[in-house]
Design a protein around this ligand. Sequence first.
Ligand code: BGC
Ligand code: CA
Length: 333
Amino acid sequence: MKRYLIFGLAVLLGVQCFCACGRQRPDKPGRIQVGVACYDQSDTFLSELIGCLREELAAQERDGLEIAVTVRDAAGSQRTQDDQVMELIEMGCGVLCVNLVDRADPSEIIDLARENDVPLIFFNREPVAEDMMQWDRLYYVGAYAQQSGTMQGELAADAILEDGQADRNKDGKIQYVVIEGEAGHQDAIIRTESAVDALKKRGIQLEKLGSGMANWDRAQAQNRMQQMIGQYPNQIELVLANNDAMALGAMDAYAKLNHTGSALPLFFGIDGTEVGLEAVVDGRLAGTVYNDKEGQARAMAQIAVAAVTGQGMDQISFEKDRYVYLPYRKITE
Ligand code: BGC
Ligand code: CA
């Protein structure tokens, strides 16, 4: 009898310790807690995308399925993001959507997720292929960088061919500058290269005057553009920006110098953010390429629910079993 008692006590203690040491799991059946880690919420496109994600997750709720969302902003620090991921897991999130700060450095996050068996959906900032193979509960949702650049180049070519005034100094070439996103981002270099290729393919003669890196940011782009306007006064005929925020920043630089009308180059962006679309409608931005944030958010919400409930994964069209890429589209009005 005594032996049984001691044994029983030992089991009880063991169970208690196990509960205290293990993470809480408030992910009861019927409730999913989704953690979202964002590289920098002051990024216009990202803040709109996360708005869409909240809506799409809410749309996945149904009788007997409640979804809670917790968003963390790393404000540009990978260390901060690693801590935030840990915190989200400890909080009991059953699935995480991660927009890496440094897309080349996801190992710590992947380890944490694997140790706790929490599936990870990376988005917008794509890890390299080897990292995506570290575990089978890793997914990526994004878009085809090359397609966005090609479309931007085609839009620019169409506008130049249509508008007899685009070659302002009539030298048969289009003098252009590029405003680039962040170094090392899959969308920055590829967008620039493919936009220029598409222009050349359409027979446009180009002369590159300069380029500036502005980290996706409107204010930084305004600065870079001001410098380039100073270097090449009245010579710039075309501005290719890797995103809308930077195209708008470039336009701000001209506005500040009171350049208007025919003194302005043609500007092109990518994203179709709210302000970007407004600028296209009122003709200040010659064109943009729509980065399908609704589609990306929907795919993320579907994967999140499927990964936790174990149902519906077969209805998602993956490439290479774990990637979803949404197509871009051209916007000119
Ligand atoms: C978007 C940019 C955004 C960047 C952030 C890109 O796909 O076009 O607007 O700043 O992602 O990672
Ligand atoms: Ca020219």
